[in-house]
Design a protein around this ligand. Structure first.
Ligand code: KG4
Ligand code: ZN
Length: 429
């Protein structure tokens, strides 16, 4: 009798605990994930609860990057080591949660700078062990692509995604969180972001006080906005670029032709600077646009995108450029595609994209998830990772001639007045 009562009481306690857990789960219906991103020079973290940002912290040293003339892996890794604990503390305080209440910790595993990735990975591993959390290793470029599904729930798989950053230029068909088809990519190691940063350095844009802490691509965008009408055609795209009929990108050639111009003709005068920047930006855009056109036409020919999925997503740091967005939106619309982008602050590297990709991995029950009891003491990180199955060669073999003619020089057709700060003082050029 006594034994049975105590068994009943024990059962009641268990039931109560179960109900409480259930209630807690009901109260917190969504998955909650911490994301850690250290693939390049930003130390970024975020905590999300489904599509809600509970905290989002990012530390950048762009003034240093500009001063030393580019990202130095050693300086960047040192910056991550100095910042990471402070960023974590600020993130957890802002979110006002207990780390033990997370559903997982997502961390960028690659592609990126190995010594920088390692700082984030080591921190994530230590936290998973301390707070008994699952580890969610995340691909950086895939997370750029999926960010849009965090900001816009209407974007469903499959969608066409154009990724443009400081390390990559990729045209992809995204069929699922870990199911990507690669349709076009940079043929030499130069990305649109890196090319713009290099041109901006040659133009010494960081010596303009207002641009001292601004990245090269954005500095070019800001100056281009004050170019006179027709300024974008004054220094046109050099001949001989983008002649191959494929969907690949050659920003290396574009960059070196503009740098050669500068070397031959000497520094650009202050008055010509906006037109030079507008021309470079427009040439970059044209190179992207013609590749995008070919890609869409081939996808249509092969019926690879269902009619109700004609969505083009832009992401990665360069996608925060409003000229490029508007231009590519114009091109996409000609083919019946709608353009959707994350807001500029979530196009450049951030912790939200990492956390969201982790959340998608959890929802998909991905085999890449490392359960609490299996979290190792260390894990490899990767400087290069293929984004998915590469069919760019098959696209190139078609030698596809673009059929739809679009006047890419008439920028008035797609540009609205840009919402950009004005540069008052160019005296330090
Ligand atoms: O995605 P991201 O933040 O880092 C990488 O994963 O590489 O991209 C950084 C790149 C830099 O090269 C920067 O110059 C470029 O994005 N970028 C821009 C703009 N904002 C950032 N390029 C053109 N226009 C912008 N507004
Ligand atoms: Zn990135």
């Amino acid at each position: 009798m006594i034994a049975s009562t105590s068994r009943q009481r024990f059962a009641a306690v268990l039931l109560h605990a179960g109900r409480r857990k259930q209630l807690q789960n009901d109260h917190r219906r969504y998955l909650r994930v911490l994301g850690i991103e250290t693939s390049c020079d930003d130390t970024a973290m975020a905590i999300i609860d489904d599509r809600r940002i509970l905290a989002h912290v990012r530390r950048t040293k762009l003034d240093v990057t500009n001063r030393v003339g580019g990202v130095s892996p050693y300086v960047a890794a040192e910056h991550h080591r100095e910042s990471i604990d402070g960023v974590l503390e600020e993130c957890v305080n802002r979110a006002n949660i207990r780390l033990a209440d997370l559903d997982g910790i997502a961390v960028t595993r690659g592609p990126g700078t190995v010594i920088c990735l390692k700082v984030g990975m080591d921190k994530a591993l230590a936290m998973c062990q301390t707070y008994r959390q699952r580890l969610l290793p995340v691909d950086h470029m895939r997370s750029h692509a999926l960010t849009v599904r965090f900001t816009d729930a209407s974007v469903q798989y499959p969608f066409l995604c154009f990724l443009m950053s400081g390390g990559h230029c990729l045209l992809t068909l995204v069929k699922g969180p870990e199911d990507f088809l690669l349709l076009g990519q940079s043929v030499n190691a130069t990305s649109p972001g890196e090319a713009a940063d290099k041109v901006a350095r040659h133009l010494r844009l960081a010596s303009i006080p207002e641009l001292a802490s601004t990245c090269g691509g954005r500095s070019i965008e800001i100056l281009a906005a004050s170019a006179p009408p027709g300024g974008h055609l004054k220094y046109p795209m050099p001949r001989g670029i983008a002649l191959q009929r494929n969907c690949d990108f050659d920003f290396g050639q574009l960059k070196s032709r503009y740098l050669t111009y500068l070397n031959v003709h000497g520094p650009v005068s202050e008055s010509a600077l906006p037109s030079f920047c507008a021309s470079y930006q427009h040439s970059s855009f044209k190179h992207m646009a013609t590749r995008l056109q070919r890609c869409i036409e081939i996808l249509d020919d092969k019926r690879m995108v269902p009619d109700d999925r004609r969505t083009l997503v832009l992401s990665g740091g360069v996608a925060s450029n409003s000229f490029i967005r508007k231009g590519l939106a114009f091109v996409a619309a000609k083919y019946g595609y709608r353009l959707v982008c994350p807001p500029p602050s979530l196009c450049t590297d951030n912790g939200v994209m990492t956390a969201w990709m982790g959340l998608e991995l959890l929802e998909a029950k991905s085999p890449t998830i490392i359960e609490r009891e299996n979290v190792p003491d260390s894990l490899y990180v990767f400087d290069r990772v293929p984004i998915g199955e590469d069919i760019s060669e098959q696209f190139a073999e078609l030698r596809w001639k673009v059929k739809t003619k679009i006047d890419l020089d008439n920028i008035d057709a797609f540009m609205l007045p840009a919402d950009l700060p004005q540069i008052r003082n160019k005296a330090n050029l």
